[in-house]
Design a protein around this ligand. Structure first.
Ligand code: AMP
Length: 284
């Protein structure tokens, strides 16, 4: 596996692969890798010749009171996991390499789909995401990029950016990897104490309750949400940031589930903010 630290080296590697006629896949991450990240690599390998993974904790997508400084980092372990997973090139730029001037003057903002859900509770977050992802796309120049459905809104926003700006690549969304008890894998799960880890199961359980009620015939969003709130409020450390049922495409809130919808939630367990989602009312 080639380890690359600079944009210049990344561009050279890209040219070499292109000359060999390789199809290049890209998996952008913030590191502290888990099976969710590695599942993106597995899917990427199926349809491509070479997989590039980036690890970059992007300061631009963290709010001033968020966990940028505390975000877990372990490059040595990540490098080993990426190599074992079959990553061809690991791009590990420093902040100064990506942002020689900070904050940079140009940003990318996607309207509407980035303003709801996490966009409403984390102002500026998606501008940080789309700006870094666009920069990484311009540096790595992949044929296809892979993102997790765990961050449903993120994939939706990125697909919109790619469509609106005619970026020459395809975006693929990969299903959520979960722990045995249902908790969605996340680098932030490492913040949880033993007790909080037990309580964190309430996110996926609430989503299952919602799906069961929906499958039994309940289509009223308010009712579906009420049962989820009841489940989450059983946990002493859980504080709901949002629970919403939205149109899977527009992310606009629904009163009744008559078509494919995303049930999305963000819950703080102690100091750790976790997100999860499921699709109901149609194919995932
Ligand atoms: P992150 O390092 O958290 O920014 O995540 C990097 C990529 O991995 C994003 O596309 C995430 O959606 C994806 N990802 C994170 N957790 C999971 C998971 N549990 N299952 C599938 N993909 C995931």
């Amino acid at each position: 596996m080639k380890i690359i630290h600079t944009i210049k080296q990344m561009r050279i590697w890209h040219e070499e692969e292109r000359l060999k006629g390789k199809r290049i896949a890209f998996v952008p991450t913030m590191g502290y890798l888990h099976e969710g990240h590695l599942s993106l690599v597995q899917v990427a390998k199926q349809d491509n010749d070479s997989v590039v993974m980036s690890i970059f904790v992007n300061p631009l997508q963290f709010g001033p009171s968020e966990d940028y400084g505390a975000y877990p980092r372990d490059i040595k372990r990540d490098t080993q996991l990426a190599e074992e997973a079959g990553v061809a090139a690991l791009f590990l730029p420093e902040v100064l390499e990506m942002y020689p001037y900070y904050p940079q003057l140009t940003t990318i903002e996607v309207q509407e789909v980035s303003e709801v859900l996490c966009g409403a509770s984390r102002p500026g977050h998606f501008t940080g995401v789309t700006t870094i992802v666009a920069k990484l796309f311009n540096i790595v120049r992949p044929d296809t990029a892979y993102f997790g459905q765990k961050d449903y809104q993120q994939v939706r926003v990125i697909k919109q950016m790619v469509q609106d700006l005619n970026m020459p690549l395809e975006i693929i969304s990969v299903p959520i990897k979960r722990e045995k008890d249902g908790l969605a894998m996340s680098s932030r799960n490492t913040y949880l104490s033993e007790e909080e880890r037990k309580e964190a199961i309430c996110l996926s359980e609430a989503l299952c309750i919602c799906r069961d009620n929906h499958d039994k015939g309940e289509k009223n969003a308010e009712n579906l949400i009420r049962y989820m709130v009841q489940r989450i409020n059983k946990e002493p450390s859980a504080v709901i940031d949002y629970i919403e049922i939205c149109d899977a495409e527009t992310l606009k809130p629904l009163s009744y589930v008559q078509r494919q919808a995303v049930v999305a939630l963000a819950v703080k367990i102690g100091r750790t903010r976790l997100i999860d989602n499921i699709i109901i009312g149609g194919r995932a």
